[in-house]
Design a protein around this ligand. Structure first.
Ligand code: C2E
Ligand code: MG
Ligand code: MG
Length: 794
């Protein structure tokens, strides 16, 4: 009960008020009691002083006259005052009266009371002291007065304290305790979630309680809204959990949670179905090991888990699982770190995707027609088998079918396909089962022959392949045969990388083709050097035009009957900075292959026209021919361009001849024929160069409009010994006569040849007999020298 009272607000407040009031009242009381004591004593002394005043005159008489009786009378009278203890009256002659109250009846004096002395002066002269009177105050009496005064004060103070305590208690009770109790009671009954608000105690709406009530209402509103949010979150969390549990249990993918050692703390039904694990028990009795499953590569899975935990990043890969029922099942395992050295895994069956990929991959590396590996397959085979095989020796063959393209064009693709299949089979029949063959191009096969380290061993295999491939066969009802060429290279002697070896084999194959085909050629470093040389030369040639390294040499063309120079052929030379003077046969084919021939051809045309203009200006009646490659026709040297150059230099078109070869006319390309017509229509003369070589046919002379035929020097060289050559020359001359064409014989080296040609009726000639091709500085002197030997004409 006491404790309850102490704990209750009212109890503590009242207790505190009483204690504080008593304390303050006690202190005030103490101060007042001291003050009252002093005041009472002072009053007693003041009253005794006044008593002395009343008896002073009587005492003066008694002392002046020395009357003891009077003195005694006064003393007795003074003693009647209860506050006087003793009285001494002295005259200058001695003690007059001494009276004293019996001290036994008084109490012990509290105050150490001091006697009050007063000197008595003569009634006649104030300066003469005739006696003195001493009053001893009665301490006990004064103490009794003081005690009485103190009691009064104490009583009053007590009353005051009680009154103040009551008043304070009532005030606190009314102003503080009661509103608090009311607030507390209302708070207890308040339902903030129901939207209720706390009301301030009546009469306290605008004081601290009003403020407190508003603060409580604001706080409770905040708490209510926080509570609502918390409830919503809790609800959502529960829904999510339920959802995730549903997903986990019903997911099609296998899901598990495992630690770094592969022990699964939980897994779902799908994982069990995918992997053959027992169905997950509800109580998750003992963890099951992921590594106990029959993975084909358990170490890889172990590494995946380690990597996932260490890097704290997701890891995924396909893993194969051996199963007793199905031969192999591919599972994609995607691991995600979930903290605490644990991973979550999602496992899905990707067997059909993997099988499809495998089939697609197999298709991508296989030649669908022959079933052999294709180029990609060959590269993979290389990377997987050959590149790994150290200390191996082997040969790489590239086999090219000759004439396959023409056969394909002639008989159609289906027949071509059958031929290719047949040839693949033939190649197969020539090699051992340790050898390897791929189709790396349309009609190109690659063969890898292990354990070949020297050309001797290669020869018999290559010869066998060439023989078998060259055998006759029948396709689309026709008996036919195709040849082949083989380029071979050796590993590791010739190179170690596939691109290098393929390049080598290609060079060797080109060599075999250039040497007529149907043979095999083994790569050697000269082939590579030749290619490199060609490459460097091509680069130099590109700069030669800009650097002005090209020159035109001029070889006179002579009228045979009169032996007078009628013109010249412009023949190009390349003044190479290191190789010296390079003849055209060494760079014109390269210029044709690289397309540089167009720039070179234009330069020749410009230079030749400039030369003609100079001769024209010098009054020389000379014509000039320029050689034109088939490659320049029609766009590299358009008729319009030729006309423009000639016109710019102010030369008559008929002075300029363009030498073309029969090759241009074969196939009778429309572009070439149009070009030919346009050139001749513009007034330029066209020469058919090197006639008799290649596909020469006299009918060409009839069919194509040219102005002059140049008989090739090979016929001239052999005409005195080879009758057929002479017959050919005669035929050309006769045909040209009939068609009104001019004839130039090339390569006249002797007077005998000159005379024979003259006798055959050949009009013009050209050759070392008259002059070699000369630089312009020497040319005119040579012309003058030839003309000097001219035969006077009738
Ligand atoms: P081509 O047009 O038949 O030129 C005649 C070739 O025979 C020249 O060789 C010439 O020097 C050579 N020759 C002349 N007389 C004799 C002789 O009595 N005996 C022998 N053995 N040879 C003789 P060159 O100058 O080496 O030119 C070779 C070929 O290069 C030319 O044959 C021509 O087809 C081509 N060519 C020369 N210059 C040019 C050019 O500017 N453009 C093009 N596209 N081809 C050119
Ligand atoms: Mg020529
Ligand atoms: Mg020629």
């Amino acid at each position: 009960m006491r404790e309850l009272w102490q704990r209750s607000l009212l109890g503590r407040t009242v207790g505190n008020i009483i204690v504080i009031t008593l304390l303050v009242g006690g202190l005030i009381m103490l101060a007042m009691s001291i003050n009252v004591a002093r005041q009472t004593e002072a009053d007693a002394y003041r009253r005794l002083g006044e008593l002395l005043d009343t008896v002073e005159d009587t005492v003066r008489v008694a002392c002046f006259v020395g009357n003891e009786e009077l003195a005694m009378e006064v003393a007795r009278g003074l003693l009647r005052n209860s506050e006087v203890q003793a009285v001494d009256i002295r005259s200058d002659k001695g003690m007059l009266a001494h009276l004293e109250r019996n001290s036994a009846e008084g109490k012990q004096a509290v105050f150490g009371s001091q006697p009050i002395h007063r000197n008595i002066v003569s009634p006649f002269e104030n300066s003469t002291i005739v006696g003195n009177i001493a009053l001893q105050p009665d301490g006990a009496a004064i103490d009794s007065l003081v005690a009485q005064a103190r009691r009064q004060i104490a009583l009053q103070m007590l009353l005051l304290i009680v009154a103040v305590a009551i008043a304070l208690t009532l005030t606190v009770l009314r102003q503080v305790v009661k509103p608090i109790a009311e607030l507390s009671q209302r708070l207890n009954q308040l339902d903030p979630a129901g939207g209720e608000q706390l009301a301030a105690p009546p009469g306290h709406e605008h004081n601290a309680f009003g403020l407190l009530t508003r603060d409580i209402n604001a706080l409770s509103a905040r708490l209510v809204s926080a509570l609502e949010i918390e409830q919503r979150l809790h609800f959502r969390h529960e829904v999510d959990q339920r959802k995730y549990r549903d997903i986990f249990e019903n997911a099609e993918s296998g899901i598990f949670i495992a630690d770094a050692l592969g022990d699964m703390t939980s897994y779902n039904r799908s994982l069990a179905q995918l992997t053959g694990l027992p169905l997950p028990a509800a109580d998750h009795a003992a963890p099951r090991s992921l590594f106990a499953l029959p993975w084909t590569d358990t170490a890889h899975l172990r590494q995946m888990i380690e990597r996932c935990i260490e890097s704290n990043a997701a890891v995924a890969d396909d893993l194969a699982l051996l199963r007793s029922v199905t031969p192999q099942r591919w599972l994609n395992v995607a691991l995600t770190p979930i903290g605490g050295c644990m991973v979550q895994g999602i496992v899905s069956d990707v067997t059909s995707r993997r099988n499809a990929e495998l089939a697609a991959k197999r298709a991508a590396i296989t030649d669908q027609l022959t079933g052999l590996a294709n180029r990609q397959g060959f590269e993979e085979f290389w990377a997987n088998e050959i590149a790994k095989a150290q200390d191996q020796h082997f040969a790489l063959l590239l086999i090219d079918l000759e004439g396959f393209k023409q056969l394909n064009d002639a008989l159609g693709f289906p027949a071509g396909d059958r031929v290719l299949i047949g040839f693949a089979a033939r190649i197969f029949s020539c090699i051992k089962n340790t050898d390897w063959v791929a189709r790396v191009g349309g009609d190109e096969f690659a063969v890898v022959l292990p354990n070949i380290d020297e050309p001797g061993k290669l020869d018999s295999i290559c010869q066998r392949i060439l023989r078998v491939l060259g055998e006759r066969f029948s396709v689309s009802g026709q008996e036919t045969c195709l040849g082949a060429s083989i380029g071979a290279t050796l590993y590791p002697g010739d190179g170690t990388s596939l691109p290098a070896l393929l390049r080598n084999a290609e060079l060797a194959l080109n060599d075999a083709r250039h040497r007529g085909g149907q043979i095999w050629s083994l790569f050697n470093q000269d082939m590579r050097h030749a290619i490199e040389h060609r490459h460097n030369l091509a680069n130099d040639l590109r700069l030669a035009v800009q650097r002005g390294e090209l020159r035109l040499f001029y070889q006179p063309i002579v009228h045979l009957a009169s032996q007078r120079v009628v013109g010249a052929e412009a023949l190009i030379r390349w003044q190479h900075p290191t190789h010296g003077l390079v003849p055209p046969d060494n760079f014109i084919p390269l210029a044709e292959q690289t397309g540089l021939i167009n720039a070179i051809g234009l330069w020749c045309m410009e230079t030749a026209c400039q030369q003609l203009a100079d001769w024209q200006a010098a009054g020389l009646d000379l014509s000039l021919t320029v050689n034109v490659s088939a490659r320049q026709i029609p766009d590299g040297l358009s008729p319009a361009k030729v006309s423009e150059i000639a016109a710019r230099h102010g030369i008559a078109p008929q002075r300029l001849g363009l030498e073309i070869t029969e090759g241009l006319l074969i196939g009778e390309s429309h572009d070439a024929l149009r070009w030919l017509d346009a050139i001749r229509s513009a007034g330029f003369r066209v020469y058919l160069d090197d006639f008799g070589t290649g596909y020469s046919s006299l009918s060409y002379l009839k069919r194509f409009r040219v102005d002059t035929v140049k008989i090739d020097k090979a016929f001239i060289r052999d005409m005195s010994q080879v009758a057929s050559d002479r017959v050919m020359i005669e035929a050309v001359i006769m045909m040209a006569d009939a068609l009104q064409l001019s004839v130039v014989a090339e390569g006249i080296e002797t007077a005998e040849q000159r005379d024979l040609l003259r006798s055959l009726g050949c009009t013009y000639g050209q050759g070392y007999h008259f002059s070699r091709p000369l630089p312009i500085e020497q040319f005119l002197a040579q012309v003058a020298s030839i003309d000097g030997q001219a035969i006077p004409q009738a």
